[in-house]
Design a protein around this ligand. Sequence first.
Ligand code: NDP
Length: 236
Amino acid sequence: MTARSVLITGGNRGIGYALAEHFLSLGDKVAVTSRSGTGGPDGALTVAADVTDSASMDAAFAEAEEKNGPIEVLVANAGITDDQLLLRMSDDSFENVLGTNLTGAFRSVKRAIKGMMRKKKGRIILISSVVGLYGSPGQVNYAASKSGLVGMARSITRELGSRGITANVIAPGYIDTEMTQQLSDDLKKEYQKAIPAGRFAQPEEVAKVAAFLASDDAAYISGAVIPVDGGLGMGH
Ligand code: NDP
């Protein structure tokens, strides 16, 4: 297999870092972005870019494409939470979470498809969450941003499906990263009771599913929402 040019937003820790390591292990050329521009795995090109800022994203893509070639696989992974019950949630909190998780994915995809359309080949993977379709108290902003990614992937599929480009969503459940390490032990135990698998997942378990969606074997899968949640969201 020839090395593909892969770009992962938010790749300096957590799921994004595991994604980068996994694609590197497959022999791909990997670029990761983060706001600081530091912290990606050895072997990856780490570039500074804020997904809320189109100019910095454009510069990051240009640098990645100059070094690794046109992006063939994009994983829009950068994401934040800012939990608060609806009555207390500020407009700023709602807009900031949407701005990073949903508009940030839009910016990444819009920039990535230029090269994909020229190549008539591309894989777009949007990292959503089980919460996007399941809902979660205190996460009206986060759930709205993550369900928006489903409509985004399906519309991209209808627009670009005939050009060799697929767009899919991965909906992880609880994954052991800094994002979930913020939860109290009591809350973690409570969540684990609701998960049929009885545990949180490791970030690598998401990375392996992304690698499959990026492979030639997945060429006929597009507009799909693939859960990696130990059965938590079943039937949603
Ligand atoms: P982390 O908090 O560990 O990492 C988040 C990543 O996003 C970091 O690399 C961070 O880099 C980057 N990031 C955040 N804001 C921006 C921004 N404005 N511009 C560029 N990069 C940004 O999160 P996880 O690894 O846990 O989560 C990764 C994705 O998976 C997120 O979209 C999250 O919503 C989703 N997810 C996570 C789950 C979990 O249980 N952990 C469950 C379901 C979904 P930096 O701060 O340096 O910029």
